[in-house]
Design a protein around this ligand. Structure first.
Ligand code: ADP
Ligand code: CDP
Length: 226
């Protein structure tokens, strides 16, 4: 018999390892909600840039961290995100936001605010949720039922990302990814890290369908109490 208990799945890893695509597909297949926490950090960064806050000044970022109202949709088929009621799903993906997001997300006041938001969204998911990010298994939801840590070679990740950004140079994309990973992994507050009890999946030589199948199987095993 299928269990009705909500299931919480944490999927972490560096950029381009397949977190968003895997999480959305797993959530859709299993009837769970979905939360893209990177989009929330991008949204607060977009607000800082738009409002003229110096993103190289942690004190200025900390002072403004409570101002924007960020609302995340949790439908895996339509993961909306708004800031003060404005749909920012497009603007949060610009190169400018991507280049500044690590500095903004390293500020403890920003992390405290966004982490609280993430926990309340996860707690409200009746049937469960797939939450993807950098510190979900370690900090945000340390009691998650299943923790996955996705990895892939820098070459594979850069090829995937530059495939998305039309005309982007693979080498420049690779360097930018490596720089962002280093910043995210070395910050003091809640860095990008694999939780001790996370299952590591190297996606370099796997198709997206294979990764999804692997994670769905792991969730089903958890639900069956194995
Ligand atoms: N296993 C895979 N093999 C090939 N391409 C993949 C795989 N997983 C994801 N992708 C593609 O790589 C790109 C980045 O994936 P995404 O899910 O956004 O990664 P992340 O959320 O970790 O940054 C997307 O275009 C996606 O379709
Ligand atoms: N849980 C999270 C998720 C993202 N982030 C930050 O947000 C940035 C953007 O995350 P993302 O998931 O949108 O990045 P991509 O994988 O799409 O490149 C990361 O580089 C981190 O700086 C974080 O600090 N903690």
């Amino acid at each position: 018999m299928e269990s009705a208990a909500p299931v919480i799945v944490a999927i972490d890893g560096p950029s381009g390892t397949g977190k968003s695509s895997t999480s959305k597909a797993v959530a859709a297949q299993l009837g769970l909600r979905y939360l893209d926490t990177g989009a929330q950090y991008r949204a607060i960064t977009w607000w800082m840039v738009t409002n003229g806050i110096d993103t190289d000044d942690p004190q200025a970022i900390a002072a403004a961290a409570g101002k924007p109202e960020i609302v995340s949709g949790t439908d895996p088929a339509d993961p909306a995100i708004t800031v003060d009621g404005v749909d920012v799903s497009g603007p949060i993906r610009t190169q400018e936001v991507t280049a500044r997001v690590s500095a903004v997300s390293a500020v403890p006041e920003v992390r405290a605010r966004i982490t609280e938001l993430q926990r309340s969204i996860a707690a409200a998911a009746e049937h469960g949720i797939v939450v993807e990010g950098r510190d979900i298994g370690t900090t945000v939801l340390p009691d998650a039922d299943l923790k996955i840590f996705l990895t892939a070679s820098a070459e594979a990740r850069a090829a995937r990302r530059s495939g998305e950004l039309k005309g982007a140079d693979v080498n420049a994309t690779r360097e930018a990814l490596i720089k962002r990973d280093a910043a995210d992994s070395s910050r003091k507050t809640s860095p990008l890290a694999k939780a001790d009890d996370a299952v590591e999946v190297d996606t370099t030589d796997l198709t997206l369908a294979q990764v999804v199948e692997c994670v769905v199987t792991l969730v089903e095993e958890k639900r069956a109490g194995k």
